[in-house]
Design a binder for this molecule. Structure first.
Ligand code: HEM
Length: 266
């Protein structure tokens, strides 16, 4: 199973062009959902107005090289390692899910566009990346959803409580999980079996929910968070500090504060 391109096997019943159009439709849904979200929340408008205001407080004009260096460091460290989540389980779970999803999506695009006809030979590395990415996403997403959700971890809500905020993580987990099960059942090559078709339908439906639900889910955070991290670091480098007052000229002594104990007050 791990070395079989599931889309190439699928092309025996569904033409590659249909798969390619489906994938392009999913990308279009993400763009549309994000644009509607931006128009509705006005968050990007606020973001740029704030950045313009902050620029007036800059104490240093950054050269193009300095800007590139700040942006590159932000991409590699803040975004690439989701440093915002600090050290610990939350960050590990997020990295597992984030890189799993990236691998899963890249391998899907390559296998659907380059190797989806039944006559093409897929280099084994792509199906391996696709399956490994799906497994990482299921593990990271489930770890987060079952054990690390704030409303469950800290507020004693039961683990099976589902709210709108769970749409993104659940759609992400189910897409990868149904994809894996479909690929496994299809690889058994039992021609008259129907169960792989059931999981194919579930895989398609969960993709429609994931990509069609961008406006209602947290999907777009993967675009907003990097933008905010870059702006924050540029504002630090040019001295504008996002319109915050200057740092106190004294050692940081805040006491233990929220680090005194784990937040479990219920
Ligand atoms: C393919 C890219 C990404 C995927 C698949 C992904 C996935 C997720 C998931 C499933 C959640 C949990 C959502 C929930 O609260 O239900 C989450 C939360 C979060 N993500 Fe991402 N993410 C991605 C990119 C990023 C990037 C680039 C950043 C930051 C630079 C980021 C920062 C965060 C933060 C801060 C949270 C909140 C975590 C928490 O509430 O504990 N994510 N992400």
């Amino acid at each position: 199973m791990l070395t079989i391109n599931p889309f190439s096997v699928l092309s025996e019943i569904i033409p590659p062009l249909v798969m390619q159009v489906f994938l392009i439709t999913m990308i279009a849904l993400v763009i549309l959902g994000t644009l509607i979200d931006i128009i509705h929340k006005k968050n990007v408008k606020y973001f740029f107005e704030n950045a313009k205001k902050a620029k007036k407080n800059a104490t240093k004009e950054l050269s193009a090289g300095e800007r590139v260096s700040v942006i590159a460091k932000t991409v590699v460290y803040d975004i690439g390692t989701t440093s915002e989540l600090g050290a610990g389980k939350r960050r590990v779970a997020h990295l597992l899910g984030m890189y799993g999803t990236i691998l899963f999506w890249i391998a899907s695009v390559v296998m659907i566009f380059c190797y989806s006809s039944s006559s093409s030979i897929t280099p084994s590395v792509w199906p391996i990346i696709w399956h490994a990415g799906a497994i990482m996403t299921v593990l990271g997403g489930s770890w987060f959803w079952f054990f690390l959700r704030v409303d469950v971890y800290s507020e004693a809500q039961p683990w099976y409580r589902i709210i709108k905020a769970d749409l993104f993580v659940l759609a992400l987990i189910t897409t990868s999980l149904f994809g894996l099960i479909w690929s496994f059942l299809q690889s058994l090559n039992l021609s008259d079996r129907w169960d792989d078709k059931v999981f194919l339908v579930l895989y398609v439906v969960s993709n429609l929910v994931l990509f069609g639900g961008v406006y209602w889910s947290k999907f777009a955070h993967m675009f907003y968070k990097p933008g905010a991290a870059i702006q924050k670091n540029l504002a630090e480098a040019d001295g504008s500090r996002d319109n915050l007052p200057p740092e106190a000229d004294a050692p940081e002594k805040f006491g233990l504060g929220i680090k005194r104990e784990a937040p479990k007050h219920y």
